[in-house]
Design a protein around this ligand. Structure first.
Ligand code: HEM
Length: 537
């Protein structure tokens, strides 16, 4: 890095002094007083009342009473691991990000995989999107790539996220169902919201049932921006691909495993790392020159669209190896705080309205989930890069800031770290020209909700189509409202007539008479007439 300090610690080196060394000490109170009995409370006589003066009892129980923190509002259930990332070659032509310059430089990472809808204790093998969030502890500060295992999302604008999540989560009266898309509010919302049609097709496919976190792709979803040392921007989409290949469960297996071992994916990740069978993922990018911003029949800023790989091929840029389990689930996997706005020089945003909103939401939610403004001091969240500024105090403050002045400018010393120039590694925002009137209006370039869904459907093999149809029949077939079922079939008819017909036949809806789109009358790989074996489950 241009002037990133040499000698910054590795992440494990940084964590090491913070790990408790339990073996060499007596049981004590939290303030270090040794304890002689932790099984009997202090009482008046053997059968009398407990005394308020029993400070050990009160401290022990009070601490226990406060053990829980709110679970994540989404992605509550997850599993994490540490590892390392190394680029294959310098990417200086496209980005000045320090961790992408030198194949000799290894950057520590923490990854958290998750399901989205279920609560913390829900089963792993549900039909759901999976989160794939990576924190790179770079010498220039933390960079978080907060992605999913699907390349597209349900909505185009972050202002819809509360509506979307309220529709997906268990229903308010009875908190049913856990972690499933088999309910009325989910289908009601997505059928009224055609921008969801592409991702829902992914959700009904086997991609929603990963066999292992080690066998799952990851996507940054949004178009981001690389910026090189000359200030030239390049649009970039990020892809993780597992060395073991991408594999799914089938629905029948997924359901049985959910009963027999609800920790199936979590256990698989843990066990693989324990036995030294380290999961590997290759990072690839799709690069689009800024001049080509308008070269496609979809908008690069629309997170419900992919850039087809035939149009812009993937370019592998590096490899990540996960080689260490956390020591403590709560301290690390639960308290880790990812944020799309954690960027480093050389990586910038685009105006994707979903990304713009995420850049607000993560810090906001973590302020309450992690109890105040100092959660970046938690061991798992600490950058290995040095931190210095005039932010002070607050709940959970662990730093002792010396000096009289905590403001700038000041002439009294302390509290006045020097400002960096870009040459000294400062983050500067990409200078994009933006002109416009204030307006609430979705761009017309976001309006095609079906073409890429059709592309996805057409790319499926016959048996994959069978599984998708069975997925819709199972999930949509649980919906009580016939109106919602019918409306959904109507939407599917815009994707593919055969898909709509086959789904309709399995859920008591009259199949649409005509294709909604001309080419859907074409002959496509036929679905077998026999019901899929999973239909009756
Ligand atoms: C959490 C991905 C859209 C709000 C997460 C996590 C992932 C993720 C992977 C879990 C992070 C972890 O393991 O700790 C995505 C992707 C999105 C998306 C790929 C779209 C491309 C949004 C939007 C919002 C949002 C639009 C809000 C407007 C949240 C919140 C959390 C979360 C509040 C919980 C964070 C925490 O408590 O630490 N998201 N998300 N997400 N996401 Fe998103």
């Amino acid at each position: 890095g241009r002037s990133a300090p040499e000698g910054v610690p590795g992440k494990q080196e940084q964590l090491d002094p913070l790990r408790d060394r339990a073996e060499d000490s007596y049981l004590t109170t939290n303030f270090g007083t040794r304890v002689d009995d932790t099984d009997n409370s202090l009482s008046v006589g053997e059968r009398g009342p407990t005394l308020l003066e029993d400070f050990h009892f009160r401290e022990k129980v009070t601490h226990f009473d406060h053990e829980r923190i709110p679970e994540r509002v989404v992605h509550a259930r997850g599993a994490g691991a540490y590892g390392t990332f190394r680029p294959y070659a310098s990417l200086a032509e496209y980005t000045k990000a320090d961790f992408l310059q030198d194949p000799g430089r290894e950057t520590p990472v923490f990854v958290r995989f998750s399901t989205v809808a279920g609560s913390r204790g829900s089963a792993d093998t549900v039909r759901d999107v999976r989160g794939f969030a990576t924190k790179f502890y770079t010498r220039e500060g933390n960079y978080d790539l907060v992605g999913n295992n699907f390349p597209v999302f349900f909505i185009q604008d972050a202002i819809k996220f509360p509506d979307f999540v309220h529709a997906v989560k268990p229903e308010p009266p009875n908190e049913i169902p856990q972690a499933a898309s088999a309910h009325d509010t989910f289908w009601d919302f997505v059928s009224l919201q055609p921008e969801s049609m592409h991702v829902v097709l992914w959700l009904m496919s086997d991609r929603a049932l990963p066999r292992s976190y080690r066998m799952m792709q990851g996507f940054g979803v949004h178009t981001f921006r690389f910026v090189n040392a000359e200030g030239r921007g390049t649009f970039v989409k990020f892809h993780w691909r597992p060395a073991l290949g991408t594999h799914s469960l089938v629905w029948d297996e997924a359901q049985k495993i959910a009963g027999k071992d609800p920790d199936f994916n979590r256990r698989d990740l843990w066990d693989a790392i324990e036995r030294g069978d380290f999961p590997e993922f290759e990072l690839s990018v799709q690069l689009v020159p800024e001049e080509d911003e308008f070269a496609y029949d979809f908008d690069l800023l629309d997170p419900t669209k992919i850039i087809p790989e035939e149009v812009v091929p993937l370019r592998p840029i590096g490899k990540m190896v996960l080689n260490k389990n956390p020591d403590n689930f709560f301290a690390e996997t639960e308290q880790v705080a990812f944020h799309t706005a954690h960027v480093v020089p050389g990586i910038d945003f685009t105006n994707d309205p979903l990304l713009q909103g995420r850049n607000f939401s993560y810090l906001d939610t973590q302020l309450i989930r992690l109890g105040g403004p100092n959660f970046e001091q938690l061991p798992v969240n600490r950058p290995v890069a040095p931190v210095r500024n005039n932010q002070r105090d607050g709940y959970g403050q662990h730093r002792i800031h010396p000096g009289q002045a905590a403001y700038a400018p000041n002439s009294l010393g302390g509290g006045c770290p020097a400002l960096a120039s870009p040459d000294a590694g400062a983050y500067t925002h990409h200078q994009e020209r933006v002109d416009g009137v204030k307006i609430r209006k979705r761009s017309e370039s976001f309006a095609d909700h079906y073409s890429q869904a059709t592309l996805f459907w057409n790319s499926m093999a016959g048996w994959e189509k069978e599984h998708i149809v069975a997925g819709y029949r199972f999930e949509l077939g649980k919906v009580l409202s016939m109106e919602v079922r019918e409306r959904t079939v109507g939407r599917l008819n815009h994707i593919d007539h055969e898909l709509a017909t086959r789904v309709a036949e399995g859920i008591g809806v009259t199949p649409p008479a005509e294709p909604a789109v001309a080419n859907h009358g074409r002959s496509s790989p036929a679905l077998s007439q026999a019901n899929s074996p999973t239909d009756s489950i």
